[in-house]
Design a protein around this ligand. Structure first.
Ligand SMILES: NC(=O)c1ccc[n+]([C@@H]2O[C@H](COP(=O)([O-])OP(=O)(O)OC[C@H]3O[C@@H](n4cnc5c(N)ncnc54)[C@H](OP(=O)(O)O)[C@@H]3O)[C@@H](O)[C@H]2O)c1
Length: 268
């Protein structure tokens, strides 16, 4: 008897309508492309920024005119409890449940370890670890209280994946962030739980890496064909989009979006 073959697949092409996402740092170099993609796919956005209101307003105007989406802006340092509360409170104003948090905030903490003071080390720990995990906890509480099985995406770095010389002050807290995300994924996961994943970008022609790229410091990565090109904000945005899909099956993972840099950086 011939076997019965069915090729009936559901790739969940519904988009993100009816959901709100908090993108903390969503107006920055990498964040703005993710804000664009989520708005394009129908999500309502709460975009957090620290001080550059002008850029955040320009992004809001662009997204509203292109896609007609709701974009609410919340300024201030997420290291402060009141700012985290304002981000969560904005969800209630929008009226659609919180489907997820994407936290782009971070600081390059460019002080070399042999010159770093205790204050420098603590500042990086605050910016790159403590503030993002506290915001993740607040977002998880909000999703749990409204029984939403949402998604949290945190931003680490390739420097947390392999050791780069002198980068202790930046990489140390970003490594801690990766492990915290795995614990959160375990603790808050389950049948209707929250998924938590991390993106570890490589060198992007955007945001905080722009200055180093412009100086020519990283040209050898491309010249020696270690990477095919520098990263683009669209590269990480596509991964964000995948991770926030409502029925996505990934949790507790670190996705390194670096064009292979961490695999091949010692070649040549
Ligand atoms: N760009 C890269 O190639 C690269 C490579 C590896 C890892 N990463 C990681 O990817 C993430 C995004 O980087 P990026 O290049 O997009 O950075 P960016 O262009 O400097 O943008 C950072 C965004 O976060 C906001 N922000 C920063 N600290 C904040 C705080 N404490 N509270 C509230 N908002 C805060 C900034 O607001 P204002 O501008 O208004 O202050 C801005 O919107 C970072 O975590 C970074 O470590 C980036």
């Amino acid at each position: 008897m011939a076997a019965e073959h069915t090729f009936d697949f559901d790739f969940n092409d519904q988009g993100l309508k009816g959901q709100t996402f908090i993108l903390s740092g969503g107006s920055g170099g990498l964040g703005s492309a993710s804000s664009y993609l989520l708005a394009r796919d129908g999500a309502s956005l709460i975009v957090g920024y620290r001080s550059n209101r002008e850029r955040a307003e320009a992004l809001r105007e662009e997204l509203q005119s292109r896609f007609g989406t709701i974009v609410e802006l919340i300024g201030g340092d997420i290291g402060e409890a009141t700012v985290r509360e304002r981000l969560i409170q904005a969800v209630k104003r929008i009226g659609y449940p919180l489907g997820g948090l994407v936290c782009f905030t971070g600081d390059p903490a460019r002080v070399k370890f042999d010159q770093a003071s205790e204050t420098d080390l603590q500042a990086s720990m605050g910016e790159n670890y403590i503030a993002p995990i506290l915001l993740a906890r607040a977002a998880a509480e909000e999703m749990q209280s409204s029984s939403v099985s949402g998604s949290i995406v945190l931003f680490s770095t390739m420097q947390a994946i392999v050791p780069f010389e002198s980068s202790i002050n930046y990489a140390g807290p970003k490594v801690a962030l990766v492990h915290a995300a795995r614990i959160m994924a375990k603790q808050w996961g389950g049948p209707s739980g929250i998924r938590v994943n991390v993106i570890a970008p490589g060198v992007n022609r955007a945001g905080m890496a722009l200055q180093s790229i412009s100086s020519g410091k990283y040209d050898f990565f491309v010249e020696k064909a270690i990477i095919p090109r520098f990263g683009r904000p669209e590269d990480t945005a596509r991964v964000v989009r995948l991770l926030v899909e409502p029925d996505n099956y990934l949790t507790g993972q670190v996705i390194t979006v670096d064009g292979g840099l961490t695999l091949r950086r010692d070649i040549g």
